[in-house]
Design a binder for this molecule. Sequence first.
Ligand SMILES: NC(=O)c1ccc[n+]([C@@H]2O[C@H](COP(=O)([O-])OP(=O)(O)OC[C@H]3O[C@@H](n4cnc5c(N)ncnc54)[C@H](OP(=O)(O)O)[C@@H]3O)[C@@H](O)[C@H]2O)c1
Length: 419
Amino acid sequence: MNICLVGVNHRTAPVAIREKVAIRAGRLNEALQLLRSHVSPGLILSTCNRTEVYTATSGASYAEAAILAFLRTHLDAPEATLLKHTYVLNDKAACEHLFRTACGLDSMIVGEYEVLGQVRQSLEAADKSRMVNLPLRHLFQRAIRIGRRVREETEISKNALSVSSVAVDLATEVIGDLTSCKMLVIGAGEAGRVAAKAAKDRGVSRITVVSRTKERASKLATALGGQPVSMDRLVEELDSCSLVMACADAPHYLLDIPQIETVMKRRPGLPLVIIDIAVPRNVAPAVSQIKNVFLHNIDALSLVAEQNRKQREGETQRVAEIITAEMTEFSTWWQTFEVRPVVRALMKKAEEVRYSQLNKTLKRLRPLSDEERDSLEAMTKSIVTKLLQDPINYLKTNANNNGQYAELVNKLLGLEVEN
Ligand SMILES: NC(=O)c1ccc[n+]([C@@H]2O[C@H](COP(=O)([O-])OP(=O)(O)OC[C@H]3O[C@@H](n4cnc5c(N)ncnc54)[C@H](OP(=O)(O)O)[C@@H]3O)[C@@H](O)[C@H]2O)c1
């Protein structure tokens, strides 16, 4: 059995590529159904930093090709483009990568909390779609446990930043003092909520929230002492704003050139800073060509992210040590799992032989008392257990990924192994 991971992340691809393979939360189930037509079982982890597909199947090269074919259905670009931006990791490397991801080491904002919830949600979604087998479930559950553990035992997430809070820091760098800003937040989900709260904490007093669902915008705006605005008033609302945080999980641009041009004509000379952290992006990139519009997307956060990464370097080392120890434990579990069918077949065969030989003997003997029969039964069971104990332990501790020993036992004893 192989674990295969094919992914695209913030290190291998710019947002223009990531947004094409990004699978929005609301489309995850549909995407899992599509994945099933290529390969199953499988699990999709899609966040603003990455889209990754994990499988646990009996053929690595088959899984890799199938996942690439699945990703290609999203990317409207030549195959060479996809291959240029994807990475493929197998077995140990794939597991270690997931553990690092759950710990926040693979994120643009090292130590962020959000990714742990996203790993959990991806497992839940795949579980609901019946796309998870035992190794995948065990792998993801362990990743979640390690993610929690490192946050308790190290300071990797102490005063953790998030993409949304770093976006507000970027706004401060671009604009300077934010206290006199009027800010518009597009999207009242998790990203919008954290961005709005970070802005309020940094002194932004006038915050307007736009969301597709009016009640959601109202709830967030009320919590911040801000104003909710309906989506159809989005463009008008821009007239009076100097900062926009775009955080909606929309499949298409919510703001394009004609709308922003109209807005800028109505407010000549006044700059408009837009920070678009959505993936896929909410604002058409060409908007940056309009005079006095300063558009930044999520990749522009990399400078602040780099400073954050450097500050956490010492803790990163401690997290890496925990991951190494957890990898050893996981490898042991994996080896045991790999030889389980052979061990089961071995025990089944031994039990069949014991049972039939005991019955033959019993038929030849005088009628025995219950006590005598029980003694014979216990003795034969004990012989079988003692004989098998060492080989089974050896199999569990020495089976390598190719299953050589398991295969040898299988052939030697003519076992019928069920996978
Ligand atoms: N969560 C994070 O930590 C994080 C970090 C960085 C970037 N991001 C990016 O930010 C975006 C939102 O993520 P999230 O975690 O906040 O998601 P979320 O909690 O699911 O919230 C999604 C938001 O997007 C709105 N929305 C969904 N479909 C829409 C559509 N078709 N048109 C307009 N609005 C729509 C929703 O509106 P209603 O609910 O009001 O209908 C909601 O306000 C994503 O692109 C994500 O990649 C998220």
